[in-house]
Design a protein around this ligand. Sequence first.
Ligand code: NAD
Length: 250
Amino acid sequence: MERFKNKIAFVTGASRGIGKAIAERFAAEGAKVALVSNSNEDLNETVNEFQALGYEVLPILTDVSDANQVESAVERTVQEWGRIDILANNAGIAWEEDFLEIKDDHWRKMLDVNLNGMFYTAQRVSRQMVKQGEGVIINMASTNGIVGEHKYAHYNASKGGIVLLTKTMALELGRHNIRVNSVCPGYIQTPMSEAIDDQEFVDEYIRTKISLSRVGKPEDVAGVYAFLASNDAAFITGTEIIVDGGQLAQ
Ligand SMILES: NC(=O)c1ccc[n+]([C@@H]2O[C@H](COP(=O)([O-])OP(=O)(O)OC[C@H]3O[C@@H](n4cnc5c(N)ncnc54)[C@H](O)[C@@H]3O)[C@@H](O)[C@H]2O)c1
């Protein structure tokens, strides 16, 4: 399938994990992909891997929590390829911390990357899409944007913010022919979730919480991004799709 032939995708957090799988899926279906990440080492590895597969990619080292860097990354992509058709706004961080112990600078860091970074990227890319008269934006939220989880007050607040940022963007940008949705994954196996090194906890989590009895793969999420970016989702905007193996069904 070449659903995204001649399309330009801009993927943040593209150097590993879910973002890498999203970038790969768009590239495999014909898109040219700007790979945005703050991790030079991962980015180089991913670029080499993608180029060996014949994908057309543009690596851009960027910290999404810095609005100026985000602006330069958007400009660079437009200079190179003339437009941005798809934004996969995915970069994010997470760690656990008791609510009563969260330091102010930890709170700010989480919100700076996960929510402010998402806003800077979404707004700067949207301005380009308004000029084009079309575009699709998919913001990475989480099941933690819908229900709470112990020890993740800062993360949960950032993801809840993304769900409503998405809805408001959809309301304001629909008249410009720009669709905006969010995706809410549950437990997905990536370097981020591998930080949980307690196998007993993970096994119990799968047994008691996930209806499909397994954790998700980055590709499970990438497929949903591809659907939302495609014409099959032409009448879908302002909503969230939960990709959690049935976790929130109970
Ligand atoms: N893994 C899960 O279980 C899970 C579940 C729900 C939501 N998510 C969300 O999915 C997204 C990707 O998570 P993942 O599991 O692939 O994580 P990951 O840690 O494996 O990858 C994160 C990516 O974001 C990039 N990144 C981090 N901070 C950045 C910054 N300041 N500027 C630019 N890039 C930055 C990293 O370089 C990396 O490429 C995150 O938004 C995360 O909150 C993950």
